[in-house]
Design a protein around this ligand. Sequence first.
Ligand code: FRU
Length: 291
Amino acid sequence: MATILGIGIATIDIINEVSHYPAENDEVRALTRQRTRGGNATNTLTVLAALGHHCQWAGTLVDDGDGDFVRTDLQNAGVGYRHCNILPHGAMPTSYILLNRINGSRTIVHYRDLPEFDLQDTVNLPWHDYTWLHFEGRNVAQTRLMLAALRTRGYPGKISIEIEKSRDDIGVLYEYADLLIFSRQFALHQGFTTGPAFLSDIRARGSARGDLVCAWGETGAYGLDSHDSACCSPAYPPSRVIDTLGAGDVFNAGLIHGLLLQHSLATALGEACALAGKKCGQRGLRNLLAP
Ligand code: FRU
């Protein structure tokens, strides 16, 4: 099994489950309320740890009760946080989430007021101890500096980058990735209405030379491997969609796991879709691998 380092965020997720999505200015009562640890990179790592990999998270943490909550949760999930920057002040990023009981949709209002993990925080990071690095495509300028430093040092492992949201200059990260994982939201924002057209365009721009993937929700996912062979997978929806929160993060874990097992991009894409589909049929990420 691999040693994997995820660079990104952990959040406090306050999940209010509602019977239906409310109208503006409505007042509704939540059916359930849950406080969990979330965040794309840490979600992906918890699934990769459950799949048997040795996982560490690098990001920023606050030295307070919320930070302790995050640490305890990661510990229970078998994800280490020894490379984190632990800050004496600040607040853990928090997501206020409406989970719709009817269709499992999750509407997120995210608030953050915490410095991002940056190059300075990586000075003593033993990158070479890891065989796979998974970055969230955020804090673009600093992430680029980290990636450039890795290249300068001849980092021999694999690098994946999740491109979920449109951010200024995010394209500068593409050239460093063995695997780029785009969201449908990102592709739509770029003006594309289909995954294959979007991925072809990314390739045509020239800098992205690795495997390219775009998840497309209930339609499945599309891939273009580094030899320009295109593939796709259908979605594997559960009989009832219960909770889509973190489904993309689970998809990323399934994809990375499949590629670590040396599966083809097409096979890994199918495995990722199956795992993400399974997630949508249950609350949270725990026991995802139970039969
Ligand atoms: C789900 C998630 C949540 C978190 C939010 C951050 O993908 O990671 O756990 O609150 O997205 O954007």
